[in-house]
Design a protein around this ligand. Structure first.
Ligand code: FES
Length: 116
């Protein structure tokens, strides 16, 4: 199923737009030139992920080195801070146990299209 969720300009302006697709709340997130789509409900207790924040995180590095990475690729739940990789949907803390469903996003004739 392909769903047009708004124009590129509209979704960029919103930053994160929540739409209902097939009974699910899906958040479409604009980051730079890219769009990502995730299940908007946090798997912990159901907060809207779109009301959370985008950032990066400290990434694996050598001892005594602190390296910041994944900038604007980590979405943090507003309620208790669970963090997920925006690209894969996987939890940063427990990637094998928890995650958000992701959806492929394309653009067509100036519109953002979610493939559900
Ligand atoms: S509801 Fe998202 S971390 Fe608790």
């Amino acid at each position: 199923m392909e769903v047009r969720v708004g124009t590129v300009d509209e979704v960029r302006r919103d930053g994160c737009r929540v739409v209902e697709i097939d009974g699910r709340s899906v958040g479409i997130i604009s980051v730079g030139e890219e769009f990502y789509a995730i299940n908007d409900r946090c798997p912990h207790m159901g907060a809207s992920m779109c009301t959370g924040s985008l950032s990066g995180t400290m990434v694996a590095s050598d001892p005594h080195e602190y390296v910041y990475g994944m900038d604007e690729r980590v979405i943090r739940c507003p309620w208790h801070g669970w963090e997920f990789d925006l690209v894969t949907g996987r939890s940063l803390l427990e990637p094998k146990r928890s995650g958000l469903r992701t959806y492929r996003v394309t653009t067509d004739d100036g519109h953002v299209v979610v493939h559900a």
